[in-house]
Design a protein around this ligand. Structure first.
Ligand code: NAD
Ligand code: MG
Length: 337
């Protein structure tokens, strides 16, 4: 069983006695910086000169400086720039300003676990990773609850790293939701596996294939959209509330019989073999190296895929339908926080 920590296990005073720099003000960065500030923590946000996020951060009442000034001033540095950018920011800006006894924090283990960042041995290195998107980390904190959070220790030079990490987790609301102890390896490998085979990759591929199958057979795209994308949320909510048993209990017996007889034909032994291959590419570091090489080359495959999905019929159909749904506020990438 994993070790769990709650409010009583954290000393909120540890983090308030430190100087915290949050580098980046994106999804996670804005939530961490604002929650810490409201928990009484001395926090600055480190952003590049001309960052489009600087105005949002200072409008929110936060002190904004360039990443070098933030790293120089702070003795706790939370790296919340995108994973593929962290190595460059660390080498250019953070590493020259790390002092013995400083604490380097991450919200995902990618850079440390795959060796893109190798901090000096006299620095504490830990992870405080909310298991949810930044806007939820912020919203739940404001509402008085918190997103379940992972902590892991990579380097414990001071002997106090876990206590400091728990205090930071307390400051962002994580101990309200429960903090799970893990390792950089476990968090990184399971996180990548989850997003590749099911949460993002698996589901996205399945939606597109199912939509294409229906529309190629002559069914209306609007019907196909509702069936293969819109209704997914209702099913995921049931799974989230009560697992597979509760979902199967809640759908019709017809749906349940279709589930048990047809599901295993879609996800079969070959699919599971592909999952094992994907897992071993993650474990070997092959995926991490491939992604860093893609990013270094200007991310051409990512750009092409973004272009391609924008014009896929499941997206063009979905956009029109969502605009007519009065019960929700449709989102596009331009609506980012
Ligand atoms: P993001 O893309 O939302 O935000 C990145 C921020 O970094 C932005 O403010 C951007 O302006 C800034 N930035 C980009 N390049 C920079 C540079 N060269 N120098 C300084 N600032 C720069 O990123 P995110 O999704 O918040 O991810 C941050 C970390 O949190 C990652 O390690 C990620 O894996 C982790 N994480 C994210 C989520 C999530 O829901 N998004 C959840 C858990 C963990
Ligand atoms: Mg994840």
């Amino acid at each position: 069983m994993a070790t769990m920590y709650y409010e009583k296990d954290a000393d909120p005073g540890l983090i308030t006695r430190r100087k915290v720099a949050v580098i980046g003000f994106g999804s996670q960065g804005h939530a961490h910086a604002l929650n810490l500030k409201e928990s009484g923590v001395d926090v600055v946000v480190g952003l590049r000169d001309g960052s489009p996020r600087a105005k949002a951060a200072s409008d929110a009442g936060l002190k904004v400086v360039d990443p070098a000034t933030a790293a120089e001033w702070a003795d706790v540095i939370m790296m919340l720039v995108p994973d593929q950018v962290q190595q460059g920011v660390y080498n250019d800006v953070i590493r020259p300003r790390l002092d013995p006894g400083d604490t380097l924090l991450f919200a995902h283990g990618f850079s440390i676990h795959f060796g893109f960042i190798e901090p000096p041995p006299d620095v504490d290195v830990a992870m405080v990773a909310p298991k949810g998107p930044g806007h939820l980390v912020r919203r739940q904190f404001v509402e008085g609850s918190g997103v379940p959070t992972l902590v892991a220790i990579h380097q414990d030079a001071s002997g106090q790293t876990l206590d400091l990490a728990l205090s930071y987790a307390h400051g962002i609301g994580g101990t309200r939701g429960g903090v799970i102890r893990t390792t950089f390896q476990e968090e990184t490998e399971t996180d990548l596996f989850g997003e590749q085979v099911i949460l993002c990759g698996g589901i996205d591929a399945m939606i597109q294939a199912a939509f294409e199958t229906l529309t190629e057979a002559g069914y209306e795209p609007e019907m196909a959209y509702f069936e293969v994308l819109h209704e997914l949320k209702l099913i995921v909510d049931l799974l989230w509330e009560g697992g597979i048993e509760w979902m199967r209990h809640s759908v019709s017996d017809t749906a349940e019989y279709g589930d048990i007889t047809r599901g295993p034909r879609i996800v079969n032994a070959d699919t599971k073999e592909a999952m094992r291959e994907i897992l071993s590419e993650i474990q070997s570091g092959a995926f991490a190296r491939e992604w860093m090489a893609e990013y270094s080359a200007g991310a051409p495959n990512l750009a092409a895929a973004r272009q391609e999905i924008a014009t896929h019929p499941v997206e063009t159909t979905g956009r029109e339908l969502r605009d007519m749904m009065t019960f929700m506020t449709p989102k596009t990438p331009e609506d980012d926080i």
